[in-house]
Design a protein around this ligand. Sequence first.
Ligand code: ADP
Ligand code: MG
Length: 703
Amino acid sequence: MSEVFNVEEIFGQNVFTLGKMKERLPKNVYKEVVKVMDHGGELSMEAANVVAMAMKEWAVENGATHYTHWFQPLTGITAEKHDSFVAHPDEMGKMLTEFSGKELIKGEPDASSFPSGGLRATFEARGYTAWDITSPAFLKESGCGVTLCIPTAFCSYTGEALDKKTPLLRSMEALSEQALRIVRLFGNTEATKVTASVGPEQEYFLVDEKLYRQRTDLMFAGRTLFGAPAPKGQEMEDHYFGVIRERVGAYMKDLNEELWKLGVTAKTQHNEVAPAQHELAPIYETANIAVDHNQLVMEAMKRVAVHHGMRCLLHEKPYAGVNGSGKHNNWSITTDNGVNLLDPGDTPNENIQFLLVLACILKAVDTHADLLRQSASDVGNDHRLGANEAPPAIISVFLGEQLEDVVTQLIETGSATSVKEGGKLLTGVKTLPDFQKDATDRNRTSPFAFTGNKFEFRMVGSADSIASPNTTLNAIVAEAFCEAADRLEKADDLDVAVHDLIKEYLTEHQRIIFNGDGYSDDWLAEAEKRGLPNIKSMIEAASTITTDKAVKLFERFGIFTKVELESREEIIYETYAKTINIEALAMIDMAGKQIIPAVVKYSKALADTVNTVKAAGADTSVQAELLGEVSENLAAMQTALAKLKKVEAEASAIEDVKAQAFFYKDTVKAAMDELRAPADKLEMIVDKEIWPIPTYGELMFEI
Ligand code: ADP
Ligand code: MG
């Protein structure tokens, strides 16, 4: 019998929750914390000192020796620099641990080595981290022992955001402010805040550690750069929701336990489409906490895998020709008096409000489809979006049959009087339809689907932070709310004005609605006719964040300054170039040191055999044919390797980051493909005993 644990007992064990603060803080300090958490502002230094003391006591009681400001630089992952609680011993040699309010709320990590896109000259190394009081501190157990982690925002000395959290928090404020204006119009005077909620479904692959270590590409690039298809892939559809293998099950059990202790509500787990591919989904929560927690999920997935003799691959496309990994970002907006603005609702008022919100979101997504697509791009995701696999790179919205019918009627006649399916709710306005929420999602090919009471943004990459997609969603919807509120607040007859606005928005932006098969070629042609952007790669999407339209949007709501956006565009090019550079170098290494030498060895063995067999007077045609095929592909590999080395050197010499990134995409990647093709053919011919690296079959099935 394995060790028994009680979920209720361990949940949040490693989190300095509100409950623990209430227990450990004097009432007035606790109240101050809650006030700042709910409504912003700064904690007084006296209160910060008291909180720091209590937090340290709790952490030390639980074995913590160090603390760290945990932040999210533009690398897409998290960063931490540990400081111990150790202080000067007294004259008797006794040491009392220390942690002040100042250390809690502000840190100054040497920031010169994080991407800043020119925002902070490298000699000006100072950046600072500031406590995000809305995301609870937690204890991380790792090889380092126990560390108190304080979620923080990371800014330059002059206040520019150098991270993913700062703009996200700014976007949440903007959305809250503008959404409040909308709910006020409908008589909601109680709400004081509107919050974006997010539930990200995380996909991942597992691979045996011993096999992983034999693959330079997996170790350095996180994906395979060579590899012929395995005899069996996902065609039998026997893995999705299949019985979870023992070893994977044991991994999931430990992973859940670790996440629950960290207060992450790991809820659903199952096998995914590809062999050795799985998914974990937590219960949705406030956007910035969901973003932090998703980082913890990704970290824990990797850490726990090592304990089980496996590695976790978060890359969007670890294996060519097999289903890749993404992250479905479920998003909704809720008032603090409990109204989900994406829920069609129970009262006439909520129903009209819902239609207005829906119209605003359609307008936002259509107006800023380019930004939304950009927010979901990362290097690995280029292998999914618009490449061999869905979702497509074109943004469109799926509404479901019933809702689409309502929208069509509204556009065509200005009123919708019938409802496709059964039961209904009253809108109280005769020109607006009565309808019921339709939670069935019949379209898995849509990048942005309405699923009953939330939108599911399915483009996000599995390895990427979900901060950018949510920052973008919040920003574009805040803008649409703001423009609607500007008009409606001035209206003499609100009912008529709302009705007209809904009709106008739906009519103007109906091109973004698409309920058909997003994977089909017909859709590509149709989308082009509709004028919807089809941005094929991460670096082609990069400039969308510095268009006049984007700068106007982000500056208007104080989410990004133009300078911040320009720096982020530059970082995208840099990241892309660096990543492809690593991939190219890993290929050069494997081809030159492993694959070509092995093939040379095999061709020598073949040639020797030809001679021996010939000497014995037997037929050598098979051996000779094999030798011919091997030699031909070997020569192709050698030529392609020389070419890759050449273009790789050319790429490294390009100074302009944008030009460099495009050169990597257009020239270096093409050379990589040329090198891979003959190698994958050789893998199918060369003696298995001689082939130097584990095959796709082994990587995906030996787990
Ligand atoms: P699927 O059918 O795509 O697997 P689920 O219904 O299981 O979807 O939900 C997937 C994710 O969506 C979960 O993380 C869940 O908590 C989240 N979710 C559910 N309702 C909401 C909501 N109102 N807002 C945001 N996320 C939500
Ligand atoms: Mg989903």
